[in-house]
Design a protein around this ligand. Structure first.
Ligand code: CUA
Length: 352
């Protein structure tokens, strides 16, 4: 490596890192591009903290630079010891009072936001929407309390409305994190229920992640929140309530797939409005944005998932090789035609 390169090695590394990390902040997945009420509140807190930190940093650096230059050793005075001063009341008061003031500026909005984010007081209102969220290794279940609607992985919510979540886990601790709309909240096993709310400003597909290490496939435990206008949401609810779980598919392959599904998959997976099963609810599967939260919704991927799921998401509870690849193809044909609702958000664009 050339001399200057060695000298600036760390600069090069950090420069490259800055380029790579600039990929972060993808639309609809980023806390830095808030698209919902809670996310905006948290973003504002971040900005206040950064402003205070910058203020302190600049002033400390300025004093540091001044002292370095002003009091550096001069030629001919190598043995000189400067005048020693101990204790300065005025200075000590100043550097005690300034941090107290800064902490107060930080504390007031932080405490306010904390109480605001925990405000569930309107959850019991007549038209409030409450959704029960259950974290599972490694998928999410959503039960629309009082609505007799259940989904997994894709959560539909109306825009501009506060949607309350009652959250728990069926196994270990997970954490529901939806950076662009809200913060994150742990889901605990047992009776310890956590709550939070979502309020999305615009229609769109928002990616969420599990944010608590929960097993080998923790990083693959993604979900989507699909925000649509209140009118579209009402339509979606209507569509989901009218699901005919027994409806006969059009093609022969899908019909055979339906039979195979009933024989092999129905003991764990529900279609229709039943509550959480052992596996994800597959109602409206044909309109899912992803398979298992991570794969593009193609037949090839679905067959691969049915046959090799434990290689894709290690540690998940679905048995492998329960059916042959040919049978999996028929089941995939059946599942992919389960399109009970045509409601989609205006912008389907999303990152990963
Ligand atoms: Cu669930 Cu990490």
């Amino acid at each position: 490596m050339r001399g200057w390169m060695v000298r600036f090695r760390s600069l090069i590394v950090f420069g490259a890192l800055a380029f790579v990390l600039s990929g972060c902040g993808v639309e609809n997945v980023s806390a830095l591009k808030p698209k919902g009420y809670s996310a905006e509140l948290l973003f504002d807190l971040m900005m206040i903290s950064i402003a205070i930190m910058l203020f302190v940093f600049v002033i400390v650096m300025a004093i540091y630079a001044f002292v370095l230059v002003r009091y550096r050793q001069k030629k001919g005075q190598e043995d000189m010891i400067p005048k020693q001063t101990e204790g300065n009341k005025a200075l000590e008061v100043i550097w005690t009072v300034i941090p107290i003031l800064l902490l107060l500026v930080l504390a007031v909005p932080t405490v306010q936001a904390t109480f605001n984010l925990a405000d569930q007081s309107k959850q019991d209102d007549k038209d409030a929407l409450t959704i029960e969220v259950t974290g599972n290794q490694y998928w999410w279940h959503f039960n629309y309390a009082d609505q007799e609607i259940a989904t997994s992985q894709d959560l539909y919510i109306p825009t501009g409305k506060r949607v309350y979540l009652n959250m728990k886990s069926s196994d270990v601790i997970h954490s529901f994190w939806l950076p662009a709309i809200a913060g994150k909240m742990d889901t605990n096993p047992g009776d310890n229920m956590n709550t939070m709310y979502l309020e999305a400003y615009e229609e769109g597909v928002y990616t969420g992640h599990c944010a608590e290490l929960c097993g080998p496939s923790h990083s693959l435990m993604d979900f989507r929140v699909i925000a649509v206008s209140p009118e579209k949401f009402d339509q979606w609810k209507k569509d989901m309530k009218n699901v005919d779980a027994e409806a006969k598919p059009e093609t022969t392959s899908a019909q055979e797939g339906q039979k195979l599904f009933k024989e092999n998959c129905m003991s764990c997976h529900a279609i229709g409005n039943s509550a959480a099963g052992v596996g994800p609810n597959l109602t409206n599967f044909g309109n899912r944005t992803k398979i298992a939260g991570i794969l593009e919704p193609t037949k090839e991927n679905l067959v691969d998932w049915i046959v090799n799921n434990n290689e894709i998401k290690p540690g998940n509870k679905m048995p492998m090789n329960l059916v042959s690849e040919e049978e999996a193809g028929k089941i995939a044909d059946y599942l992919l035609q389960l399109k009970h609702s045509e409601v989609t958000p205006e912008s389907a664009g999303e990152g990963s």
